[in-house]
Design a protein around this ligand. Structure first.
Ligand code: GLN
Length: 452
């Protein structure tokens, strides 16, 4: 049914870069056979899942929406994908995204943007716009995204779906094409909080193949979502970030946000204001740290090891082949970030830029730990604006970067955060963000589920 739905609507939505029809049917048949055999199957057995094209899938094209990886078929599965298969889910295919997960609109995909199912002339968010749009358009009930600065939560917010960024290190990065290794976090996209929790529970947990994976048991997010669904938040303390006072945000977004605060109060939560004075420096710190790590990570795309190779005609030197490949293979946003990061890391500038950004990161982390001594979770709008029309923010990179104003602090800290639909502004969805302490992913699911 989902493959039929994809065939019917994806020409207009363009959520998928690759639909693995054969693989999906084979996986579904396999689940049927196991069921007929009387085997015990997990809670997601037979459920279709779409996977962001930044995760390696064995034998299935994986491009990170870049020309430089066109035609690459990984020889192995990412741990997340392996766990999805082990759980009996059926992978439908690979979803569109901004190239190498750099962007907030999918307009930087080398294969053309994804259209928001709510209004095809508007962006579905990014970088994981394909995963969120696939869910919003009923092409898939579940999807995997990755969140470096907001790429699960912001697409969730602008498509009226649920997107959760787990604790950094709570989900494995093995087989995830690296953008910014200290921030990249795979996580679930779904239509309900409970569905997101189920998917979270299947993919999370320690992975010895990822050195930053946390060797601790995952909190029971499914039980937390069930508890939240009772609608009782008595005793839960919720913090509103003083500095997120609406500056730079659309009035309609702030109105929906205020309504959801009122709803939380009615459910019994205690709401207080908490100052996080360093959050205002999160965006500039992120745009030094993430490009710095990207400039190092993307050095591996040199025309030798993977995908595209340009100028290998006997007339060019090895170095020329590498630069011609990178010139042809990388899009403008990726090049901008590599240049920015290389500059920030160069000797003479390192202390002034990269070093300074790392200090700011520590201060932001302290803001979070101080806040969580007083409250259980922090809330804010997920993104300052609703889905914007194509082309309206591509002219000025800074305008695009603003989309992650509210989501980036969490990434710098490493804690979990979820975006849950909280109403409409001008007929378009608005998301509420709920942020929790590291390894307390269950708390955000409880609060999010109470709002559904
Ligand atoms: N929009 C942010 C960026 O462009 C975040 C991207 C992400 O989370 N992958 O870097």
């Amino acid at each position: 049914a989902h493959l039929d739905r994809i065939a019917a609507v994806d020409e207009r939505v363009h959520a998928f870069l690759h639909v693995d029809t054969e693989g999906a049917l084979a996986a579904a048949r396999d689940v049927d056979a196991r069921r007929a055999n009387g085997e015990e199957l997990g809670p997601l057995a037979g459920v279709p899942v779409a996977v962001k094209d930044v995760l390696a899938t064995k034998g299935v094209p994986t491009t990170a929406a870049s020309k430089i990886l066109q035609g690459w078929r990984p020889p192995y599965d990412a741990t997340i994908v392996e766990r999805l298969r082990a759980a009996g889910t059926v992978m439908l295919g690979k979803t569109n995204m901004d190239e190498f997960a750099m962007g907030s609109s999918t307009e930087y995909s080398a294969y053309g943007p994804t259209n928001n199912p709510w209004d095809l002339g508007r962006i579905p968010g990014g970088s994981g716009g394909g995963s969120a749009a696939a869910i919003a358009a009923y092409e898939a009930p579940l999807a995997i995204g990755t969140d470096t600065g907001g790429s699960i939560r912001q697409p969730g917010a602008v498509t009226g779906t649920v997107g959760a960024k787990p604790t950094y290190g709570g989900t494995s990065r093995y087989g995830l094409i690296a953008f910014s290794s200290s921030l990249d976090t795979p996580g679930p996209c779904a239509r309900t909080v409970h569905d997101a929790a189920l998917l979270h529970s299947v993919i999370a947990g320690h992975d010895p193949r990822d050195s930053t994976s946390i060797p601790q048991p995952v909190p029971d997010v499914v039980a937390a979502a069930r508890l939240g669904a009772t609608g009782d938040l008595t005793g839960v303390r919720i913090g509103l970030v003083t500095e997120f006072n609406g500056e730079g945000a659309e009035p309609g977004v702030m109105a929906a946000y205020r309504d959801s605060i009122e709803a939380l109060t009615k459910l019994g939560a205690e709401v207080v204001e908490i100052s996080c004075p360093h959050f205002q420096y999160a965006l500039p710190a992120y745009y030094l740290i993430a490009p710095s790590e990207c400039s190092s990570n993307l050095a591996r795309f040199d025309g030798v090891r993977f995908g595209l190779r340009t100028g290998d005609d006997g007339k060019h030197s090895l170095e020329e082949v590498m630069s011609l490949t990178r010139e042809a293979g990388f899009g403008p946003e990726v090049k901008r970030r590599i240049i920015l990061g290389t500059y920030a890391l160069s000797s003479g500038y390192y202390d002034a830029y990269y070093g300074q950004a790392q200090k700011v990161r520590t201060l932001i982390t302290r803001d979070f730990t101080t806040a969580f001594e007083q409250v259980d979770v922090l809330v804010s709008p997920t993104t300052p604006f609703v889905a914007f029309p194509f082309g309206s923010r591509t002219g000025d990179p800074y305008q695009m970067y603003l989309a992650d104003l509210f989501t980036i602090p969490t990434n710098l800290y490493g804690g979990p955060a979820i975006s849950v639909p909280c109403g409409l502004s001008e007929g378009l969805p608005v998301g509420l963000q709920i942020m929790a302490p590291t390894m307390a992913d269950d708390r955000m699911y409880r609060v999010a589920a109470a709002l559904e």
